[in-house]
Design a protein around this ligand. Structure first.
Ligand SMILES: Cc1ncc(COP(=O)(O)O)c(C=O)c1O
Length: 443
């Protein structure tokens, strides 16, 4: 038993079962382990290491900033913070807006809620969020999340949060015949909930615009329809882009797939913002929301708001995405990954659905029976066969992420094509080994 196992309280697991390798370094899409092995990271470690591991540009920027200045309180100015805020407002096209920096994604969502409530002068305004979503693990972020693991641990209504059904087209809550019809219905449910509450009592709608780690990938018509529903009622729309931004869904920001009709009023970011090299989150506010805050005291703050080291890493990350053409590459990787996953679906009856692929984020849903769509295990339990598959994959040098019945294929944007092909060939072999079944081509 090593020190880590004895001393650290690990997230999202039974402590006695924790048995993960120790990482000592990395390069590109590979991680180096203490036992001398090198592992191909097919999850971007919680979908955040978009730039791979130990990106030299990030390391150099952090080192250079550390030589100059490590920390300044948010009450005072710091050049990397101002520069990163400016770059983010340019990138998002939020001219005249403002950026509030946090230490991560949950804090970004917490602050988006607090800030929008203050901007609207609706301190107890209700936030409409969604089932099958994940917004972080601080208490309010748990309340926002529609996450089966934690919903019993928090009374969402006590935090002023209400949930609407998700556009889960494969298991549509309304039994709609097509993904588009399901998404239309799900967007209408947002408007109906606002009407039921009274728009004047609602402070915002906070939703992941594209894909989420709880396995939803919104059909294309969903986000613009949610935008219409909220705009028609004067309710701010907050896009949780903590995971979906920076190429994960094929754009700098996932809502940009829809152009101006998809523009939210606020965006929350973290993860890929620094390529995960340092902890940093952000809330980007539209000019309108920012203007409402210009002459009132903002009643919130964090010691590490816009930490100079993290902001320097953010600036280096933005430059790396740009100079290395990684956003365009993310679209190619996503298309290749989706095609490969669909080929696996044709060969393995255990795969019930494949979705995503706007960028390198593809959800592969496993089922006990394709015709009835019966899940392999009750959500959110991870089926034993899938756990065994990922353990065997690690033994063969590839790390895959799972969530319940889902395999989440999410390699870094810098993964090399031959590494991706090798990982998918391994997955093919392991699916045959752990879920043997006749090849089926029927739906
Ligand atoms: C969509 C989304 N929002 C928020 C979070 C929370 O971010 P953090 O873990 O940095 O608090 C996550 C993390 O997985 C996420 O995927």
């Amino acid at each position: 038993m090593n020190d880590e196992r004895r001393s650290v309280l690990h997230s999202w697991c039974v402590q006695a079962d924790w048995n993960a390798p120790t990482v000592t370094g990395g390069e590109g899409a590979h991680l180096h382990l203490a036992d001398g092995r090198s592992i191909l990271d097919f999850s971007s470690l919680a979908e955040c290491s978009n730039l791979g591991h130990q990106h030299p540009r990030l390391v150099a920027a952090i080192r250079a900033q550390a030589e100059r200045l490590c920390f300044v309180t948010n009450a005072w100015g710091a050049a990397p913070r101002a520069e990163l805020a400016t770059r983010l407002l340019e990138r998002t096209g939020f001219a005249g807006g403002r950026v509030f920096f946090t230490s991560g994604g949950a804090e970004a969502n917490e602050h988006a809620v607090k800030i929008v409530r203050q901007a609207l002068r609706r301190p107890r305004g209700v936030i409409v969020a969604r089932d099958r979503s994940y917004h972080g693990a601080t208490h309010l972020a748990m309340a926002l999340s529609g996450d089966a693991r934690t919903s019993a641990l928090v009374d969402a209504t006590a935090f002023g949060v209400t949930h609407v059904p998700a556009p889960y087209a494969y298991r549509c809550p309304w039994g709609s015949a097509t993904p588009a019809a399901c998404a239309d219905r799900a967007a209408t449910a947002v408007g109906e909930r606002i009407d039921a509450l009274g728009a004047e009592h609602v402070a915002g709608v906070l939703i992941e615009p594209d894909a989420g780690s709880n396995g939803i990938v919104a059909p294309d018509n969903y986000w613009p329809a949610v935008r219409r529903e909220t705009a028609a009622r004067g309710v701010p729309l907050i896009a949780d882009e903590v995971m979906s931004a920076f190429g994960r869904c094929g754009e700098w920001f996932a809502w940009q797939r829809h152009g101006e009709p998809g523009r939210p009023d606020a965006i929350t970011l973290a993860k890929g913002l620094t390529g995960a090299a340092l902890p940093l989150g952000a809330v980007i506010l539209s000019a309108d929301l920012a203007a409402r805050l210009e002459s009132v005291a903002l009643q919130t703050g964090l010691t590490y708001c816009g930490h100079p080291l993290a902001c320097a890493a953010g600036l280096a990350a933005l430059a790396a995405y740009e100079d290395e053409g990684l956003i365009a590459r993310s679209r190619r990787l996503g298309a290749d990954l989706l095609a490969a996953a669909r080929a696996l679906e044709a060969r393995h009856a255990v795969i019930g659905d494949v979705r995503g692929g706007h960028g390198p984020f593809v959800v592969v849903e496993l089922v006990a029976d394709r015709a009835s769509r019966a899940p392999l295990a009750p959500w959110p339990t991870t089926p034993a066969g899938l756990a065994a598959l990922t353990t065997a994959a690690m033994d063969e040098g590839v790390s895959f992420a799972t969530r319940g019945n889902l395999l989440l294929l999410a390699p870094p944007l810098v993964i090399r094509e031959h590494d991706m092909a090798d990982a998918l060939a391994l997955l093919d072999r392991l699916l045959a080994r752990f879920f043997p079944s006749p090849a089926r081509h029927d739906a």
